[in-house]
Design a protein around this ligand. Sequence first.
Ligand SMILES: Cc1cc2nc3c(=O)[nH]c(=O)nc-3n(C[C@H](O)[C@H](O)[C@H](O)COP(=O)(O)OP(=O)(O)OC[C@H]3O[C@@H](n4cnc5c(N)ncnc54)[C@H](O)[C@@H]3O)c2cc1C
Length: 462
Amino acid sequence: MQSRFDIAIIGGGAAGTLAAIQCLRQAREPVRIALFEPAPRLAEGVAYATDRPEHLLNVPTGRMSALPGSPADFLDWLALRDGHRDTAREALARSYAPRREYAHYLRDRLEQARAGSVATLDVVPLRIDALARDDDDWRLSWNDGQARARRVLLAVGNAPRPLPLRGSGALTRPRLVDAWDYAGVAAIGPEADVCIVGTGLSMVDAVLTLEANGHRGRIHLLSRHALLPLAHEPVHEVDDQLDVDGLKVLGVRGRLRQLRRQARDAAARGLPWQAVMERLRPHVQALWRSMPTIEQRRFLRHAVRHWDIHRHRIAPAVRDVLQDLRDSGRLHVHRARLDMATAGQRCVQLTARTHDQRILALDVDHVVNATGVEMRVQAMRSALLVQLLGDGLAGPGAHGIGVATDASGRLVDASGHAQDALRVIGSLRIGEAWESIAVPELRVQAEAIACDWFGDGAHASP
Ligand SMILES: Cc1cc2nc3c(=O)[nH]c(=O)nc-3n(C[C@H](O)[C@H](O)[C@H](O)COP(=O)(O)OP(=O)(O)OC[C@H]3O[C@@H](n4cnc5c(N)ncnc54)[C@H](O)[C@@H]3O)c2cc1C
């Protein structure tokens, strides 16, 4: 293939699909858009590729619209699907839909945008390996071909973190299963003893699948902090008495102290601590940007795990499943650092060091890597990112996480120049924005980039 496009979007997960929808909606002339995605189905990426009904969105239906200007769009779409037509709208808005529904929704909205657009969209089932400047264009390369584009959007998404232990190289599937390998987790036998490494949302997915398959073996959860995600309240309330601007002048310790005080104050007014987080949620990027580098570093070193479990919450029903498993003695949580794995004939021997310096030895049938998203760009195993960094077209983001971008997602090259025609959407913007992974941010970034490129300046800031 040798083609020239006006816009090339690299990556057709949720973020790339949202960007394609916005470009199609906002184009005012017949531009050519290409969406490069090697996976067989668009809009799935890592999060929405699961077919498992027990894997739920961790954001209520009423807040998962793809379109910033139509906040109830996902709710409206879901309400028309079989099985939901008789559900009261309020209850549906508060519900947590299976994640597999979300990819259908995005694909539907993409087709709708395509049908109503003057622009054309080519979906190209290829992985881009390299990007280079070619006069006024960008040249995109894959193993045996090239294309050119005037503007490029990197939507390459989430990279898995490798298992941090000696001996993991000797472990292969099915002994070692990635939590994002949904079929691999589902294939674990019900009698197996399993150790899940990592205690965040990917761990929750794995436990839910084991449970849905009638698991009877022991499940060990292991992480350095042993902190599990906390749950949403059934009703989302917002504590509008929190002074967000007042937080911006404080350092990390001061902010956390103030938030704890606010949570106590909210409780006295009958509001849960979640209401304080809800008030904070739309301001997280501004709060991150208002912190000096040294304070950001302090946050990453000392507060990030506590932040994560309060920010990335699970549905109340999911929390109940985990609690029942713990209460019944089938789920064991260990606070320990993994050290070594030895693969035997019939099982895997794991050794770990607990927080109080004891040696923990576990014999299990399977190890599930649920360590989550890799944030350090240098550790991501993407040929494209390695090439961009190597050629100086990109540099690591603040603190080495994500890539360097400006607030509009322009990729900043090694000499500090922000490239207007080379933009980034999603988790690679983490160093500049911190909160840049979930749909509420992705849809705003997608809209803002399309507005910039199509000359309509009227959009919310990303
Ligand atoms: C398990 C899980 C559950 C989540 N649940 C929620 C939720 O309930 N609500 C919410 O708001 N957010 C949720 N998130 C956050 C989630 O990250 C985003 O909602 C969204 O899925 C991110 O999409 P993405 O397109 O940026 O990344 P990804 O999903 O990682 O997709 C990136 C895509 O880019 C493609 N790609 C990569 N490199 C190349 C290349 N070189 N060339 C071509 N294509 C390439 C990949 O094949 C992939 O399809 C969840 C995340 C995870 C991991």
